[in-house]
Design a protein. Structure first.
Length: 323
């Protein structure tokens, strides 16, 4: 989860010379920062350096990143009449810089280190498109969703088609695994997820089924877990708001699970990091299929030493009980 970022001094130095959007659109730099991060951390898999909102530019949205303010997407789409402003993703060549970053990163990684491609899930992309950026309550998105379901579904269908095409292109470029991020879906009630989100997430995941392993990540509302499983994914990514053992029982042991250390733990001491990581690992009970990860991205204030302590703790852990 966000392996390369502001917690790394090398990344901060690079960002002093290059703005974020330019960095994302320069494949050589994306590959360079990712390969350096993997070498420094010693992780088992790399995630391509990119941003989930890049897909929106060739779909007709303006995208801007401001330090300290987060992303801005505009002009927001908030009515049925405006849905047509979001174009179909027909020209994947407009995202060639992402595919080249995938190719370069895959070529530079050791053979035993997997490369993860990713995209935003339809709901999370829709939330950005409608809100115009991040939000606390997502009231504009919910207003369209509840007030004009036909416009909502038209928007979500378009985003689902685009997301599937985008991820399949990353697979063709060399991604070994892909992950969809539903970072904001936790704002929804279970019935709203079932009615307004699940069919569209399922449409994306069905397009990918059997091609590469797919991680379906969501955050914020553990009550959604059975429905997220129903939508699909070979592995379900969960955050720290539910214990890993309870989450896996809910998901079912026929699925892999990813998670779920609270990123804030990495702001504490090395001993706390070790203790909390071991607690997560013990909840997995040595069962095959656990991808140890954070429950969300590395926070910018995180000491690099604590990330290294975490990786070392996971690598050294010897499960007991199950073979």
């Amino acid at each position: 989860m966000r392996q390369a970022g502001r917690y790394l001094p090398e990344y901060r130095q690079l960002r002093q010379r290059v703005d974020f959007l330019t960095l994302c659109k320069t494949p050589q730099l994306c590959s360079q920062i990712m390969l350096h991060t993997v070498e420094r951390l010693g992780v088992d898999a790399a995630i391509v350096f990119s941003d989930l909102l890049l897909i929106l530019e060739p779909m007709g949205m303006r995208l801007r990143f401001s330090d300290g303010e987060g992303p801005s997407v505009g002009p927001p789409i908030r009515t049925a009449a405006e849905v047509g402003r979001l174009h179909e993703l027909e020209r994947l060549d407009q995202l060639d810089f992402v595919m080249e970053a995938v190719r370069l990163t895959r070529a530079g990684l050791p053979a035993d280190v997997s490369l993860i491609g990713f995209a935003g899930a339809p709901f999370t992309l829709a939330a950005y498109v409608i809100e115009g950026g991040t939000s606390r309550h997502y009231h504009h998105a919910k207003r369209l969703m509840l007030g004009d379901p036909s416009a909502w579904h038209a928007l979500m269908e378009r985003l689902a088609r685009a997301t599937a095409r985008y991820l399949l292109a990353q697979v063709a470029a060399g991604a070994d695994v892909v992950q969809i991020f539903d970072s904001w879906v936790g704002c929804l009630a279970t019935e709203d997820y079932r009615r307004y989100v699940l069919p569209h997430s399922r449409a994306v995941l069905q397009q990918l089924a059997g091609r590469v392993p797919v991680i379906h990540f969501f955050t914020g509302n553990p009550a959604l877990l059975p429905l997220v499983r129903e939508a699909g994914g070979d592995a379900i990514g969960v955050d720290w708001r539910i214990g890993l053992d309870e989450a896996w029982r809910t998901v079912g042991y026929d699925r892999a699970i990813q998670g779920n250390l609270d990123p804030a733990v990495l702001l504490s001491t090395p001993q706390v990091v070790r203790d909390r990581a071991l607690a997560v690992l013990r909840q997995a009970e040595g069962r095959p299929g656990h991808i140890f990860n954070l429950g969300h991205g590395v926070l910018p204030q995180t000491p690099v030493e604590n990330v290294l302590t975490l990786v070392e703790t996971v690598r050294e852990f010897q499960p007991t009980g199950r073979p």
